[in-house]
Every structure is written in C-alpha cells, then in structure tokens.
Design a binder for this molecule. Structure first.
Ligand code: TA6
Length: 283
C-alpha cells in the first residue's frame, strides 16, 4: 500500500498495526483492528476523540475509545451468546488506499468477509469505511449487498468524545426527538440533555446535527443516512464494571453515536449500498 507524505504505518507497544497521520491540518491514528480510529486532533486545536488511559490495545479485544464500528448489529444480539456490538470491531481490516491532496487525506479500509464467521453474517456483501481527514473528521461506513436477497442490519459509529467535566456538559439538537432508555419509553426529548446519572439513550427521529457543549468548546456532530443515534455515559457503577476503563473516567467522556437502529435499521436491496456517515468538528 503506497503511503502518502503525511501517512505512515506504525505499531502499538502491544504490536497492533495502525495508520498514523501527521499532516499540516490534523493528526490521527486508525488501527487496522476494527478499522478503529483512536485519535483525531485538528492542527492548533484540542483532541476531538477520547480514549481510555487504561486501554492496552490487545489483539481481538475492542479498543475502549475512539470510534468502534458496531456492525452488523448494535448492542446485544437476539442470540445473547453472540458478541455485543457485532463482529467488525474485533476483526482485522485491510487498508486499501491512502490519498493526500491539498491537505485532504483519505484513508479507506475493507473488512475481508473471510474473517467473519458465516454463522454471524451469511450474506454475500462488502463492508468498507472511508476516513476523510481535514480540520474536520468525516467517516463513511458503506455496506454493499452482493447477494440476491434484501438484507437488514443495525449499526453504529460508536464515537467517544472528550470533555473536561461531564457534569458541565450538555447536548443540544436532540429536542423534538424521542428516546428509549433501559427498555423504557419512548419518551419525548424537549430540552438540552445534561448528565447526572448513568445515561444510555437510544434516540429516534433525531435531527441530523447535534452540538456537544463542553467547558473546552463546542463539538458539532453531523449524521448522514441516519435518523437514530445513541447517547451514553456509564456514570459511577457501570464504570467499575467496564473493561479498560478507570473508575473515574466517566467524568471526562461521553459517546454520541451515529446509528441505524430500531425503526431506522438499514435495509439494502440486492446490488445496492447503504452509507452511514458522521462528521465531527470543533465549532
Ligand atoms: O452504546 C452504548 C452501549 O451500548 C452501552 O450500553 C455500553 O454497554 C456501551 O455501549 C459499551 O459497550 P462495550 O461492549 O464496548 O463495553
């Protein structure tokens, strides 16, 4: 794979391979395992992505932070023995292409379906992700149906965002949508969302753009081909049960996830594709 002037291949201390980007407009890291971006920082600005200080980058284990790709199901599967959030995030992707033009860096990766046990996903298909890196981050996850049957699945770009203080952080732009939480609902979301307890809200009919208002500034999060999103903070008790997560780290992170879940599940006809997109930037 030809690398460009600002892009190189590196390895974590534990030996996991990642694509390292260090350009005039941004820095970023994308692990081949899970095609998981774990770092994105626009030049001269604060990081836009959070990773746990306890992450040890182990083979086959989802990385706690960045943008885990949840596919071809989000959350707990109807078969509870199957892995949470699907199989894409713990498998090795192939880096296909890197391009660098006028400060725009594009990195695209494919999940080889030979990696995926047909028990979990029997459909002839491809899964690709493209990262477009400038002073903002764009992620486009594309599923193409190569079979002769219509396929339906759920998915999410499970993005972890940083905040210096979750208690002083609000999410704007979910007003007017509905949410389900812990199996209860739907409830109406009428005002900005604040954090004072474990939060695990699945929104539907959500507007395409949200703003995360933190003491460090405002993060704008856009979604494409998605009317659902998930808002998560584990708070005190769940933090203690999470892998690769320090007990007090709930103070410094939240997840706002571009998704296709519930009545917004993705359905793709034979020969067609579906692209779930998210765009992330500082105001
Ligand atoms: O997206 C929120 C959520 O589904 C939570 O319920 C929580 O479990 C989180 O994902 C993290 O899941 P993980 O499997 O990465 O520990």
């Amino acid at each position: 794979m030809k690398l460009s002037p600002s892009v190189s291949i590196e390895h974590s201390d534990s030996g996991l391979e990642y694509i390292n980007v260090a350009s005039d407009t941004c820095t970023a890291k994308i692990y081949l395992q899970g095609a998981q971006l774990t770092q994105f920082t626009p030049a001269g600005k604060k990081p836009l992505i959070w990773v746990s200080s306890e992450e040890d980058y182990q083979e086959g284990k989802s990385i706690r932070g960045g943008i885990p790709i949840c596919w071809p199901w989000f959350g707990v599967n109807s078969n509870p023995d199957w892995p949470i959030h699907g199989v894409a995030r713990t498998n090795l992707w192939r880096a296909d292409e890197v391009s660098e033009n006028d400060g725009v860096i594009r990195v695209s990766l494919t999940l080889p379906m030979t990696q995926i046990d047909e028990t979990y996903w029997p459909h002839k298909s491809t899964l690709k992700v493209e990262f477009i890196l400038t002073e903002k981050l764009e992620v486009r996850l594309t599923t193409t149906n190569l079979s002769d049957q219509t396929i339906t699945f759920t998915q999410a770009l499970h993005t972890y965002f940083p905040t210096p203080a979750i208690e002083e952080t609000k999410v704007d732009g979910l007003q007017g949508s509905k949410f389900i939480e812990f199996g209860e609902g739907p409830f109406d979301q009428n005002e900005l969302v604040g954090f004072a307890r474990e939060t695990d809200m699945v929104y539907t009919q959500a507007p395409a753009k949200q703003r995360i208002i933190t003491p460090d500034g405002i993060i704008v999060v856009g979604r494409e081909n998605s009317t659902s999103c998930v808002l998560w903070n584990p708070w005190i008790d769940k933090s203690k049960r999470l892998s690769n997560f320090a007990d007090d780290e709930y103070h410094t992170m939240l997840c706002l996830e571009a998704a296709n879940v519930m009545d917004d599940s993705a359905t793709v006809a034979p020969g067609q594709s579906h692209t779930l997109g998210t765009t992330i930037s500082w105001v």
